[in-house]
Design a protein around this ligand. Sequence first.
Ligand SMILES: NC(=O)c1ccc[n+]([C@@H]2O[C@H](COP(=O)([O-])OP(=O)(O)OC[C@H]3O[C@@H](n4cnc5c(N)ncnc54)[C@H](OP(=O)(O)O)[C@@H]3O)[C@@H](O)[C@H]2O)c1
Length: 262
Amino acid sequence: MADGHEIPPVTLDGGVAMPMVGFGTWQLYGRQAYQAIRHALDTGYRHVDTATMYRNEEDVGRAVRDSGLDRREVFITTKLPSRAAGRERATIGASLRALGTEYVDLWLVHWPPGGRASPSVWEEFLSVRDEGLARAVGVSNYSPGQIDELTGATGQRPAVNQIPWSPSRHDPALLAGLRERGVAVEGYSSLKGTDLRNPALTEIAERHDVTPAQVVLRWHIEHGIAIIPKSARPGRIESNFALSGFSLSGDEVARLDSLPAR
Ligand SMILES: NC(=O)c1ccc[n+]([C@@H]2O[C@H](COP(=O)([O-])OP(=O)(O)OC[C@H]3O[C@@H](n4cnc5c(N)ncnc54)[C@H](OP(=O)(O)O)[C@@H]3O)[C@@H](O)[C@H]2O)c1
């Protein structure tokens, strides 16, 4: 099947390869989380996005172990809740125990603690990475200015900024600003943030014989933005990953760049 497997990964600082298409797990719990992640891994996803706050790290860990895949084949992201600032070590320790792994591939500061960049948290992140507990470290929901604060204080930039992104939230200046800083962009709530019945979207989807959701996800790939769609439904888990059998023209991308908000 033509799928997200065939889309080249983004290379993060330190040479860490992050698959462009990951599986989001927010609001998936217990048995439903386990089954959805198992299905995602069976479908071909090799990147799973969780967080301490999602309360499903144990389910993620079990699904990865039971999948029969080598741990090194699956890219796992988790996140430090901002209320855990100052307790970074204990928090990554708890995440690793829950996930049943010796390292995560990416550890993110979930939100700027107290709305501030918080270089002291970032320093802890860098030492956790240097000790091998996280292969790469980054942030989520940070502004370019806040990223500059972290880089200015430590000389080391976040590898990733995970932020809300979708055609109606497209912000070329922000994308360019993060690119200039060498920070990979990972978009979240791409589907939730889109009116999937928008006529421009449905027309493009019909032209390519795919679903509007697949067009939205492929549009991110055309822009070099990593994606982490979540679904609890097997059919959607599969179609959200089937993104390499078609591509969007420059005109189609430009049309979607200014899609109205839902
Ligand atoms: N860093 C942060 O602060 C942050 C914040 C939010 C999210 N995230 C991460 O990003 C991931 C994705 O974001 P998200 O979960 O907010 O939203 P999303 O993946 O954009 O959308 C999920 C919603 O869309 C539905 N859906 C999935 N596939 C679909 C399809 N093919 N057609 C129509 N509807 C579809 C899902 O319903 P069903 O499950 O019923 O299919 C669910 O209601 C999260 O799971 C989480 O890992 C991070």
